[in-house]
Design a protein around this ligand. Structure first.
Ligand code: F6R
Ligand code: MN
Length: 183
């Protein structure tokens, strides 16, 4: 019998080595444009959940990590629920994302703060180049699920985004998602 340590079933990872992490409204201080609106949302409300399979130690040169992210549907003011977003700590490390379920927008920002965006949906494939911050917004009425594969030594630089944010946001205007660039 062939035994696999992990199963990847549509948008679910199963296996005892899988790590689960939920990020709630209360964890995302100052992430959304309208901080007052964020404080009005119940703080325990989950914005997104990540399942990750980390088969080697973090920092292993040549290793690969695999994850599934599910962003719930929702908004803070007129801004769609988003992931925190990050550059990689080892900034020259790239990553793949792919859409599994739902509708979203991948926001990409280079080191000169230039923004571009890609539509994320079932079957979409996204190459996130080196030196590029990445964040996903769920623009749909259902949960958005996407996969990710990244180098085990990439790490996450959240501090840069905490300090300066992204120069673009995805907001709802007249019922439709729009990318608004800020600087
Ligand atoms: C890994 C990666 C994804 C994200 C996940 C949550 O490098 O990009 O697995 O970690 O989508 O987003 P963040 O990490 O920005 O909270
Ligand atoms: Mn990443």
């Amino acid at each position: 019998m062939i035994i696999s340590p992990v199963e990847f079933l549509k948008d679910e990872l199963k296996g005892k080595e899988i790590i689960n992490k939920a990020t709630r409204i209360g964890d995302l201080k100052n992430l959304f444009k309208d901080e007052l609106q964020r404080m009005r949302v119940p703080q325990h409300k989950i914005v997104y959940e990540v399942q990750a399979y980390l088969p080697v130690d973090e920092g292993t040169l040549g290793g690969l990590f695999f994850g599934i992210t599910k962003i719930h549907s929702g908004k803070v003011g007129n801004e769609y629920f988003i992931t925190r977003g990050h550059f990689h700590e080892v900034a020259d490390r790239a990553e793949y994302y792919w859409g599994i379920k739902g509708q979203g927008i991948l926001i990409l920002m280079d080191q000169s703060r230039k923004i571009r965006a890609e539509i994320m949906q079932e079957g979409s494939l996204h190459y996130i180049p080196a030196y590029t911050a990445h964040r996903v917004a769920n623009t749909g009425i259902d949960t958005l699920s996407f996969g990710a594969c990244w180098p085990a030594d990439a790490g996450h630089n959240y501090a840069e985004i905490a300090a300066h944010g992204f120069s673009g946001r995805v907001v709802e205007i007249n019922g439709l998602p729009q990318l608004i660039t800020e600087d």
